[in-house]
Design a protein around this ligand. Structure first.
Ligand code: 5RP
Length: 230
């Protein structure tokens, strides 16, 4: 799949997800290039069809995009339960378990996923895998980062501190934390690994999303149209 085909697939997935949002809904807005297509289409529906929604953004980047597209914003404080959330993913397995977090927004994304009654995951076909094997991002408290690094190594990971494109220091998340990208190779038991990482003090959240399969619908954008998996 070349870059243009991948972009078209992402657009198809994002637009289909945006079409599933109904008037009056409060919508979790994920972070990433695929969900930004959904936000673009939601903006069009607001402008042309009079769709009335409010969005809860998962990052400053998502909030900026939402404002650009004319999506009114609210917060989890105002709406601790969301009607629906739309988000992307880096990998999806057949049990609808996810690895997320390439955009460093995984902590707020998991809060929003947890708060939503229904979650639409929008991806291109390259994200669908038989076994999760991408590096798992872990958001860590800077104070505890050396200890968390050590504990992740004991779990079998090769952690790498995520740096920005200029490689001049760690990426700092919207929450003021660092990201450790942890290569576990093929993950035999993703749910167990998620629980083990969650038990490390200072590991604030990880990019494994293994407990939300029942409310997740995956929309896989394809060349012409989409495949919907739930
Ligand atoms: C951000 C994420 C993204 O949803 C994920 O990285 C997918 O991004 P894209 O749609 O650009 O491929 O988890 O933290």
């Amino acid at each position: 799949m070349n870059a243009a085909e991948q972009a078209a697939s992402k657009q198809n997935a994002g637009y289909l997800a945006a079409g599933m949002v109904e008037d009056g809904m409060v919508v979790g807005l994920g972070t990433g290039s695929t969900v930004f297509f959904a936000m673009e289409r939601l903006g069009e529906r607001i402008a042309t069809d009079g769709l009335s929604i409010a969005g809860v953004p998962t990052s400053y980047q998502a909030a900026i995009r939402a404002r650009q597209y004319g999506i009114p914003l609210t917060s989890l404080d105002e709406h601790p339960e969301l009607d629906i959330a739309i988000d992307g993913a880096d990998q999806v397995d057949p049990a609808l378990r996810l690895i997320k977090g390439r955009g460093a927004a995984l902590l707020r994304e998991k809060c929003v996923c947890d708060a939503a009654k229904k979650v639409l995951i929008v991806v291109d076909p390259t994200k669908m895998v038989d076994t999760l094997d991408a590096p798992v991002p872990v958001e860590v408290l800077p104070f505890a980062s050396a200890g968390v690094f050590r504990r992740l190594t004991l779990l079998g990971a090769v952690p790498v501190v995520r740096e920005g494109v200029k490689k001049d220091g760690p990426v700092v998340t919207d929450n003021g934390n660092f990201i450790l990208d942890c290569d576990f190779k093929a993950i035999a038991d993703p749910g167990r690994l998620e629980a083990e990482i969650a038990s490390i003090p200072g590991a604030l959240e990880c990019g494994l999303f293994c407990t939300y399969g029942e409310k997740i619908t995956v929309i896989v954008g394809e060349g012409k149209g989409c495949r919907v998996v739930s």
